[in-house]
Ligand binder design. Structure first.
Ligand code: ATP
Ligand code: MG
Length: 427
């Protein structure tokens, strides 16, 4: 019988690389915690309607990329393709901003899009995202950008470029959209196939096309920045000033439109120039979405946020940093019935006292167990044989120097503070 393989566009995150994921999560958790963002966990599937209304039917995500199915109760269900709509739904449903306050939220987890898989592009992928819901202040835009920058820099990533744009308000966009269609229509036959479709459905997305000829044509298109009303201009100026105050460099890219319908005012992306990501170089994308909460039936509520693509981030991290390794204190080897039982009990006691302990379960010859101890990365090896079991002692071997000493088990468990210091000084 054939073996079963993971689905196309999905990947196992194996123990050898999971250290990167844990590092990203812990850095993010710490930075977000310091800025008073709270974690929210929403369901992985939602009513299909949520995404059709929230993201917009003309977008690629809703039009071509969703995993949508009927459940056994004949409801249309969609695996979440992104996190913002679910968070907004929850905030409305749970009345989280009833008091007119601001909610600072973050989330992480898998997202699902039916796309053509490639480097940094999967069908099940992971995002870490933040949403500040209830503030229309330019400071909120700048704060979320500063936090994204902080996370990426703390992880050690360099050569990242922040691109920003303003999409203005709905009215500004309508004027611009018309100007864009007027400009592009004469070139219709020269545009790539997708962009021809978008000309009526979602013309601003054409600016984002990866096709070379379309890019050339889009290069001379009118700029959204010339269509912004006074409020939109002021907001954009403030965001730029605040970024400068924060010492965050940026490039204005008037062709940055982003894929989802709900953006207003600020749109931004943080892009890496690493060539192994190719056209998948956008690590973080976000912006302001003042229309979304109302679109989903809530009160008029401004909001701003971003999402980092974790697979892409980790591809970059793997180039710049070694995989974080687990920090094992003891590797415990034992042989003989009494010694083996005692070893398990000792392992549990040491773990309870705060040490990390790997217990060799093989029952094989000491020599084989020692060679595994060598590879384990432990600071010390603890050895229990028949003799030690009979005398309630244990041999301790420091891996780096090969020095050995014999200890009474009771002493070892008694002097944990000294042992901790010894281990730390040898790490
Ligand atoms: P792209 O233009 O690359 O398709 P997008 O605009 O569709 O990106 P967003 O919806 O803004 O992406 O999602 C935010 C981030 O999530 C992206 O910048 C990227 O890092 C990541 N991302 C999006 N789709 C995928 C995917 N299929 N596989 C892996 N990461 C993804
Ligand atoms: Mg996409």
């Amino acid at each position: 019988m054939g073996t079963i393989q993971a689905l196309r566009g999905t990947r196992d995150i194996l123990p050898s690389e999971v250290g990167y994921w844990q590092r990203v999560e812990s850095v993010a958790r710490e930075i977000l915690g310091k800025a008073a963002y709270q974690e929210i966990r929403t369901p992985i599937f939602e009513q299909t309607d949520l995404y059709e209304r929230g993201i917009g039917e003309a977008t690629d995500v809703v039009g071509k990329e969703m995993y949508t199915f009927k459940d056994r109760g004949d409801r249309s269900i969609t695996l979440r393709p992104e996190g913002t709509a679910g968070v907004a739904r929850s905030v409305i449903e749970q009345n989280l901003i009833a008091a007119g306050g601001v909610q600072r939220l973050w989330y992480t987890g898998p997202m699902f899009r039916y796309e053509r898989p490639g480097a940094g592009r999967q069908r099940q992928f992971h995002q870490l995202g933040v949403e500040v819901i209830g503030s229309g202040a330019a400071r909120a835009d700048a704060e979320v950008i500063a936090i994204a920058t902080d996370i990426l820099q703390t992880l050690g990533l360099r050569n990242l470029q922040l691109n920003i744009n303003s999409l203005g308000k709905q009215q500004d966009r309508q004027l611009y959209r018309q100007a864009l269609v007027d400009y592009l229509t004469p070139y219709k036959d020269e545009l790539d196939k997708d962009s021809q479709d978008r000309l009526t459905r979602n013309p601003m997305r054409i600016l984002d096309s990866k096709d070379k000829r379309t890019q050339e044509i889009a290069g001379d298109a009118p700029s959204i920045l010339d269509y912004l009303g006074d409020d939109s201009k002021r907001h954009f100026e403030q965001v730029k000033q605040l970024l400068s105050d924060l010492g965050i460099g940026y490039k204005i890219n008037p062709r940055l439109v982003r894929g989802l319908d709900y953006y207003t005012h600020t749109a931004f992306e943080i892009i890496s120039d690493a060539d192994n990501l190719g056209s998948q170089g956008t690590v973080c994308g976000g912006g302001r979405y003042d229309g979304l909460v109302a679109e989903l039936g809530g009160s008029d509520t401004p909001a701003v946020g971003w999402a980092i693509g974790l697979e892409r981030l980790i591809i970059l991290l793997q180039q710049t940093a070694n995989a974080p390794t687990s920090e094992l204190d003891f590797y415990l080897v034992s042989r003989g019935d009494r010694a083996e039982s005692l070893a398990l009990v000792l392992a549990q006691k040491l773990r309870g006292a705060g040490f990390s302990v790997e217990l060799d379960l093989s029952g094989s010859a000491f020599k084989k167990q020692f060679s595994r101890a060598d590879k384990s990365g432990a600071i010390a090896c603890l050895i229990l044989g028949d003799e030690e079991a009979a005398s309630q002692t244990v041999k301790l071997k420091w891996m780096a120097t090969k020095e050995q000493e014999a200890l009474a088990i009771a002493d070892l468990l008694d002097k944990t503070v000294e042992m901790r210091q010894q281990i730390d000084s040898r790490r």
